[in-house]
Each structure stands twice: as C-alpha cells, then as structure tokens.
Ligand binder design. Sequence first.
Ligand code: UDX
Length: 459
Amino acid sequence: MKFEKRILCIGAGFVGGPTAAMIACKCPRYRVTVVDTNKEKIAQWNSAALPVYEPGLDEIVKEARGRNLFFDTDIPGGIRENDVIFVCVNTPTKSFGAGAGMAADLQYWEKTARQILEHARSPKIVVEKSTFPVKTALAMERILNSRNDGVRFDVLSNPEFLAEGTAVRDMEVPDRVLIGSRDSAEGYRARDVLVEIYANWVPREKILTSNIWSSELAKLAANLFLAQRVSTINAVSAVCEKTEADVTEVARIVGMDGRIGPRFLNASIGFGGSCFKKDILNLVYLCRHEGLAEVADYFEAVVRINEYQKERFVLNMLEAMFNTLAGKRVCLFGFAFKANTSDTRESPAIYVAQRLLEEKAEVVVTDPRALENAKTDLKGLAGKVSYVKDPYKAASGCQAIAVMTEWDLYRGLDYGRIFKRMVKPAFIFDGRNILDHELCHEVGFNVYPVGKPGLTHFA
Ligand code: UDX
C-alpha cells in the first residue's frame, strides 16, 4: 500500500510510543514508525506487554500495529525513509557539570540531531516533541544546517501536553495542540504539514500556531502554572493544619471563583512525575542565566514548597507516632506518582520511603502497578523494605498506613478488616485525602489527613 505520509518518532518512551500510536490509529493513510536504540523496549512495544501502562493504550496499539504502526531499532533506516521526524527522546535534568541538578541534559537530543544529519538524504521536517529548554530549536537548526549539500531541514516545536494516566484521552481530545514555527515562508509550509496531520482528528480551532520560541516557553510555563497551583494549595494545607481550617473546604470555595477554577487544587503529599520539577528548574536555570534573579527565586519557591510538603508529611507522622518510628512497620499505600500509571519518577513516595528508613522504620510498599519500579527506586537503601501486592496483606502487622497515591482501589477497601490485623494504636496518614476519614476513625484508626484536623482516639 502506498502511504500518504511517512512519519518517524525517535524515542519509544512515554511520549513517543503513545503519540505514534494515536497518529497511526487516527490516520490509517500514514505510515508511522517508532525507533529506539533500546532493543528490549522495542521488543516490548511489539509484544502483548507494552513497556508503558496507560488506560486505552493497548487497544490503540493493537488496532494499528502491523497495519501502519511499526516499532523498530533501525534508526538510520527510519531517518532515511521518513519525511516528518518527531524527536521524543528524554531530556532529564543534568546530573553533572555546569547546571547540574537544574539544566536539561541535552546529550540524547544532540545525538539525535547528529544522527538525523548523518542519515538524511532528502528534506525533513524535524518536530521537537519532548520538552526542551527555550531556544533548543535554534541549536537543532544550527546542527542540521551545518551540512551544505542542499538537503533542507525545518524545525518545529510541538510540545506534548499529555498527562500520564490520561494520555490516550488527552491526545484524542486535547485542550489544544501547539505548533511553533519559524516566521518564514518555509517555516509556515512545514507548520502546515503538521497542522494537516493533527487536523485528521483535532478541530482546527484547537490547533494553535505560534512562533517557535513562544511554543517552547509555553510548555514550560504551563507546567509552572500547574505545579504552582499544587504548591499553593499545599502551602495553604500547612496553614490549615495550624488553624483547624479544612483545606478541602478552602479549595472548594477558592475554586468556585471562575477566574481560578476548581481543578488542580487537591492538597497532597507533593507533586511528582517526570515533568514539573524538571521543567521548573529548567526555567529557573534560564532565568538565572539571563540575569533574572528575582524571577528565578520566585519560580524556584514552587519546588521548595514541594520538598517542604514531603518533609512535613514525614515529620507529622513522626510526631503523631510518639516521636519515634524506629522498628515500627509502616505501609505505603501506592508508590506511583499519581493514580493510573506505573510511573514512579520523582514520586513523593520515594522521598517518604527514604526518610522512613532513615528513621529506622520498616517499610512495606504496596501498589497495583508500580511495585517493580518501586523496587528499582529503593534498591540499595539501607533498611528493611518489602513489597506486597495485596493491600490487606501489606498492612497486616503494620502500625501505620500512609496513602501515597490516589488509586481508586484504596477508597474501596474494608478498613475494619485492615484495622483488626494491625498493631495498635494504628494510624492512617492520608497523603491524598481520598479515604473516608470518619469511617476509618470509627473502625479504630487515628486518622491524619493533609490540611485538616486529625481524628484520633487519644484523650
Ligand atoms: C504534567 C502535565 O499535567 C502535563 O500537561 C504535561 O504534559 C506533563 O506534566 P503529569 O506529570 O503526567 O502531567 O501529571 P499531572 O496530572 O499533571 O500531576 C503531576 C503531579 O501533581 C502528580 O504527582 C499529582 O498527583 C500531583 N497533583 C496534581 C496534586 O498533588 N494535586 C493536584 O490537584 C493535581
């Protein structure tokens, strides 16, 4: 069959795989290939057990795989044979040298740019899909256009706004699709090719176009705004705990202001995930570099409050449990950074587990999807950690449960049954405010939510 367009995604991770699957599903006339150097990952994408757990992803991969969706390790071949190349490689925070702990590590990105340069024999549209620091497209253009054999490269910015756990829905009915291009005839031509791809399923009015730098910055700014909301409500939760106000009530009241809106106002143990912290620190680094110290400090406070919230949670546990956790078994309900994903990157549960171990507590981790990742995250830490899939068994013999992830599963458990098998006095620290606190209290627990008064049986 002759395909109308040939599209390549370089990088078979959380962004590349689902993006390619969605395009392939919605556009049977296009051939979409995902390539990655990681053979194991590609083999998983070609198997029944995908490397990424996302509701609805299995179905769309199954529909398109082998028809017009392919997973492969041949990067040079992929570059030669495709006209539109989405770059979906990861850009973690740099762990070495200048900007360590703040700036983005662009080595995978640059390697990809050089591979494209080396293997391309015909014009390519190169699309930045991963979140990159502002002005990365410029560097990409410079590398790609360093060859003077007339092969043309156009670089576009098309940041991904999908959230994990809802990735398929977010891609299928996005709030908006953003395409940044150069303000030139060539830039607009390349932009229109990408608009045409998305227009197969996204209404035109939701496809926004902008200049390339606005597009790069908008992605970072969007994550800053979202993370800022979480840090703000978490900071408010600290005040609530000192004043007997209830953060859920405060959030509901505040959120009913149409200018503020109700979403993303759930107080928690802190935000996690691969994006928020990384993107904010990227902005902080950019600001410092550009001499915007005040702005950098302001943005950085969002991350500082997040660290503070995690530590505050542990200190609250310590205080409630009579100022010692040594030798006590604590069960973490959930390890993923949010529900409906197996992803544990930057999960607050990692920090809490580490701190509990430092306090010489014994940690039991349970999670319906993330136990394997939890094992990797906690490998090598001194202390006793065990991993138990069944939450009833996991909590048995523990003195405390700490809810780390808002899995629906935890709302529906029989807390009376759990209480009976725990060491008394038994505690619940609900880091997500998802449980029925009154009910848990009634069956015997001492209950400590985030940002609201605790319910205890102590005089
Ligand atoms: C985020 C952005 O939402 C997405 O647009 C971007 O493309 C990538 O980064 P993601 O990291 O997958 O997506 O998850 P998100 O739903 O944004 O949650 C991030 C963290 O904030 C999670 O740990 C979540 O539990 C926490 N959170 C979110 C809260 O603590 N309270 C809230 O009210 C909302």
